[in-house]
Design a protein. Structure first.
Lengths: 418, 150
């Protein structure tokens, strides 16, 4: 089946030039050439509204949150807590209290591995991940395994780069699995995993399910209730927001049953040297002064994405991805990793006779920014028999002509190394 | 289009990167070590055979990396042949200075075959590609162990 079959008919068009005008950095030149930024999956650029929200906060209404009995603190608290409402809306959470602010997806997964893995799961239970996980959804479970005696199982990925559901079913069969932790969209292959189906399979086997939405939440609507998820994580900086702020969403009853992750200020109800009690969810998991300005920036980013609309974003990026796959496939020696039917705007490729780092350096000289390396997914590289790949990834501001520029530049790279 | 890149990817580098002469493990060796750059995934293992005077008789390597790192390993293997451990390390110190700065004020004739790497200094993210095999060689000469670059 071709990629085109997975594209929904656009009902809302995205005005890419208008979008680009909102991102000041896109008018920069690199090495005397117009910047072609194809590395949004690593970290996205920021629209002016995000930059303004953060600088306005620091210039006009900044103080610490949740504790000041003064105007500045109250205003800042309102703005910061507004980010919790925005994140709850973005994910369609049942309640704003289900949104826990963390630094990034990595911290969110570590929080679950610690507080759910050690605090709720029993030694001898298992966690199932997949072959296409980012290291951030591998290492926390290895650490849990080594510290707590939890088994770590790995569901296979098919040659097309899709989750092997039979493999997942096999791992779930003995009923020992406490948690399935799987990406919602691969940062290497672009594959969307069938989250609803995975959740149903996990629940039928008595397991909870966590989705790493670092990539997916940027590109399409995520409805945690419709997915029937138990945990969902994403990070702000890939969603056109600032670094240092991310979200863990969890079902309220799960979060309430979990012990805290880190101790300190903000997360307590009462403290004495003999005994302390914890604050209510979500503050129980938010020790210390949070990333206040970044939270406010995230709220602005979510508002921006919502204003553009995921329908328009998804349709735009699907068209770009289809174009990229067709253009790059036409270049002799280019191999694209993964041919998933349901995929997003991430295209990893190798070029025969040239290492990915050399490819990236030559593209960079032409003003084109791509990522090269193992993409924090070494096991997946092994699965596909490659050492590294170059990766072009798209955002809402990416244009068709930028993909053409990539394809033309790649032709020149090929000639250079021929 | 790529005139400035010819400084980095000199013909010699492209040639040795494509078809290394010493890109194989040694059947008989005295010491070996691995070098690893976890950030980019480059990996190299170096094997060294010494002669009765404790000079480097032969160096072989297996590398997983870019043209710069493979060519650097290959030209290193040639440049250190016949040298003592101390001399090889001295050469690495000069080489490291050259790839970081583009200059090598103290370099002597021993550096001649390695001067093709001087252009690397204009690509800061690629300096480690050139130095990784040397780190592995140093580790091998120091008794053999795994090293992480820098």
């Amino acid at each position: 089946m071709s990629i085109a079959t997975s594209i929904k008919r656009p009902t809302a068009m995205l005005d890419v030039e208008a979008v680009r005008a909102d991102f000041p950095i896109l008018s920069q030149t690199v090495r005397g050439k117009k910047l072609v930024f194809l590395d949004s999956a690593a970290s996205a650029q920021k629209p002016r509204t995000v930059i303004a929200a953060m600088s306005t906060t620091m210039e006009t209404q900044y103080a610490n949150v949740h504790r000041g009995l003064h105007w500045m603190s109250e205003r800042t608290t309102d703005a910061y807590e507004g980010a919790r409402d925005a994140a709850a809306r973005l994910l369609n959470a049942r309640a704003r209290e289900e949104i826990v602010f963390v630094r990034n997806s990595t911290e969110a997964i570590n929080l679950v591995a610690h507080s759910y893995g050690r605090g709720v799961m029993k030694p001898g239970q298992a966690v199932v991940i997949s072959e296409m996980e980012h290291h951030s959804n591998i290492i926390p479970w290895q650490m849990l395994r080594d510290a707590h005696g939890t088994e770590m199982r790995v569901a296979k990925v098919t040659d097309a780069g899709e989750l092997d559901q039979e493999s997942l079913a096999t791992h779930l069969a003995d009923g020992k699995v406490g948690l399935v932790a799987i990406t919602h969209m691969s940062n290497v292959l672009g594959t969307y995993t069938p989250a609803q189906r995975i959740a149903a399979m996990a629940h039928a086997a008595g397991a909870k399910v966590l989705f790493d939405g670092s990539q997916a939440a940027v590109h399409r609507v995520v409805d945690v209730q419709a997915l029937d998820a138990d945990f969902y994580v994403f990070t702000g900086h890939k969603l056109y927001g600032p670094t240092g702020i991310g979200v863990l969403w969890g079902r309220a009853e799960l979060l309430e049953a979990m012990p805290p992750f880190m101790g300190g200020g903000e997360m307590i109800s009462s403290v004495s040297f003999e005994h302390s009690t914890w604050a209510q969810v979500p503050h129980k998991f938010e020790a210390g002064t949070p990333a206040i300005v970044e939270g406010i920036g995230l709220a602005a980013a979510i508002a921006y994405v919502e204003a553009i609309g995921f329908e328009a974003i998804s349709a735009h990026e699907a068209a770009l991805t289809e174009h990229a796959i067709a253009s790059l496939s036409a270049i002799p020696g280019v191999r694209i990793l993964g041919r998933a039917q349901d995929r997003g705007g991430v295209v990893s490729f190798t070029l025969k006779g040239a290492h990915a780092h050399d490819v990236a350096t030559l593209l960079d000289r032409q003003g084109i920014a791509v990522r090269a390396g193992h993409h924090c997914a070494e096991p997946l590289m092994h699965r596909f028999g490659v050492e590294s790949t170059a990766r072009a990834s798209f955002g809402m501001y990416t244009t068709k002509s930028e993909i053409d520029a990539l394809a033309e530049a790649l032709e020149r790279v090929r000639e250079f190394f021929a | 289009m790529f005139d400035d890149l010819r400084e980095l990817y000199q013909e010699v580098i492209l040639d040795h990167g494509r078809a290394p002469r010493h890109g194989h493990r040694l059947a008989v060796f005295d010491t070996t070590a691995k070098g690893d750059n976890p950030m980019c995934g480059d990996r190299v293992q170096v094997w060294v055979r010494l002669d009765e005077m404790k000079r480097i008789a032969q160096t072989g390597f297996e590398a997983r990396g870019c043209a710069i790192s493979v060519a650097s390993a290959d030209l290193m293997a040639e440049a250190v042949a016949g040298r003592t451990s101390t001399e090889a390390k001295r050469l690495f110190a000069d080489f490291a200075t050259m790839v970081r700065t583009g200059n090598c004020p103290d370099c002597d004739a021993a550096m001649e075959s390695l001067r093709v790497f001087a252009g690397v200094h204009e690509f800061p993210s690629r300096v480690k590609c050139a130095t990784l095999p040397w780190h592995a060689l140093t580790a091998a000469l120091d008794g053999g162990q795994e090293v992480a670059d820098d």
